[in-house]
Design a protein around this ligand. Structure first.
Ligand code: TYD
Ligand code: MG
Length: 455
């Protein structure tokens, strides 16, 4: 009898260990290793996997210059927002993971994409979670074209690939990877071992048959994809669909992309008729109140390849505590402390007896340093209880010596603000536009004191 090999896989991070131990070597978690029987066939599977990955023309060594440079052919998913996040469309043979919380709209989005695409290419939708009837009812309710999309209800990966080999689809959906299982792995569906092997098998299948495969992956309670590290290295793109707070808007971002840039943002809205694209997201993040109030200013963040207008708010208030609170939501806590120090040292404003709260409206997360100047000015506005003009837009990085540093894409940020009717801007000197922008008065500042004077 062939010897059954086993490995011990960490349920949290997915790293392999040759024998059981109490603590994972890689992530340090206790009691997370589970035994995975690889089965007798695993050796041949591994070699097959290697040859599968190597792809066409793997037989000889080439220099970089000899490699064929024809563009990877891509096709549109029918949704501009999704195409942009994927780096300009779907690449045939790509394995794409769509992650998100339950109810984020992964199944809905993929059903809409597949129904549309099935009109021009051979498309197969594999559902392991919902029944065929449920999916059909949803498609009918959304009035999607249903006549050409092939459906399959199956959870065995080997079966799915066998059927797909016969049907020869150009695009496939696996909903979801957590319910898929493979016969020669002896752990339950949804376990790290099953998810990892199923995803690797499907990725190999995608490459060998030139099928683009979308795999749905659920997010666990702590916000990670089940077996995140495990999945990320074998697939080509990992895209997350998140809901912003409890609103109907959904943001989509890629965390890994072998065919394009990451950090592109796509925005969708969940409506009664399924997911709709939001092509002008600035408008939704800017739903400002009628009454202008102190401690609020609009800034322009750069999201992937486009500008986005968001509103920053700050509340500065006398603190009853000996150790006043500094709370930031959507912004980095450390930058808040840093800016308060700069404000004291170079602006002469002491807030050490004040509680400071900072927030980005609409649940957006801003990781850019371009938010510095805007955050600083909102804090001053709230501290002094003076209202900043509603037609003002601000961006720029603040350095530790009180200098205002330029940020990338200044011109595009200003044009976006002008497009939305903003009439004044405070920006770093390095970002001052070469030609004046029509209808916008730009104040270029190089020091903190100049910025404080400008408001
Ligand atoms: P679904 O695609 O099933 O989520 P996932 O596959 O990511 O778990 O989306 C389900 C949610 O979307 C559900 O809470 C209802 C809502 N929804 C709408 O609001 N409008 C619609 O047209 C559809 C189809 C769903
Ligand atoms: Mg679903």
């Amino acid at each position: 009898m062939a010897k059954v090999k086993s490995a011990y896989v960490c349920n949290d991070c997915g790293s392999d260990h040759p024998r059981w131990q109490g603590q994972c070597n890689a992530c340090g978690a206790w009691n997370t290793l589970t035994e995975v029987r690889l089965g007798a066939g695993s050796k041949s599977r591994n070699t097959e996997r290697l040859s599968g990955y190597a792809g066409a023309g793997s037989s000889g060594v080439q220099t970089l210059a000899e490699i064929d440079l024809t563009e990877v052919p891509r096709f549109s998913s029918g949704y501009n927002e999704l195409d942009r996040v994927l780096g300009g469309g779907v690449v045939p043979g790509a394995a794409i993971l769509i992650g998100g919380n339950p109810g984020a709209g992964k199944s809905t989005l993929l059903l809409q994409v597949m129904c549309r695409l099935s009109q021009q290419m051979n498309a197969l939708y594999v559902t392991g979670e919902e029944s065929l009837q449920q999916v059909a009812m949803r498609a009918n309710r959304l009035s999607l074209p249903t006549d050409k999309l092939k459906m399959l209800s199956e959870t065995s990966v080997e079966q799915i690939c066998m059927i797909a080999e016969k049907e020869k689809p150009s695009i496939m959906v696996i909903d979801s990877i957590q319910v898929m299982h493979m016969a020669d792995i002896q752990s339950a569906p949804g376990s790290v071992a099953q998810v990892r092997e199923s995803a690797a098998y499907l990725t190999r299948f995608a490459k060998q048959n030139n099928v683009a495969i979308f795999m749905v992956g659920h997010v666990t309670k702590d916000g990670t994809l089940a077996g995140p590290k495990v999945l990320e290295h074998c697939i080509d793109c990992s895209v997350m669909l998140d809901s912003m707070g409890d609103s109907r808007y959904r943001t989509m971002r890629s965390h890994k992309n072998r065919f394009g840039a990451i950090n592109e943002l796509g925005v969708f809205a969940m409506t009664g008729q399924g997911l709709k694209e939001v092509s002008n997201p600035s408008a939704i993040f800017l739903s400002r109140g009628e009454e202008p109030s102190a401690g609020s200013v609009v800034m322009v963040v750069w999201e992937g390849s486009r500008p986005l207008l968001v509103e920053l708010q700050a509340l500065v208030d006398q603190s009853p505590l000996s150790n006043p609170r500094r709370v930031s939501v959507g912004l980095e806590q450390n930058r808040l402390s840093l800016l308060l120090a700069v404000l004291h040292r170079h602006g002469g404003l002491l807030m050490s007896d004040q509680d400071v709260y900072a927030n980005v409206v609409g649940g957006v997360k801003v990781a850019e340093t371009a938010a510095d100047l805007a955050l600083l000015l909102t804090m001053v506005s709230s501290f002094r209880d003076t209202v900043l003009s509603q037609e003002l837009v601000v961006f720029g990085e603040v350095g530790l010596s009180g200098e205002i540093r330029p940020v990338p894409n200044g011109q595009e940020r200003l044009s976006e603000a002008a497009k939305h009717g903003f009439k004044r801007a405070i920006v770093p000197k390095g970002n001052a536009p070469r030609q004046p922008i029509e209808g916008m008065e730009v104040t270029a500042v190089s020091k903190l004191s100049e910025a404080l004077d400008a408001i």
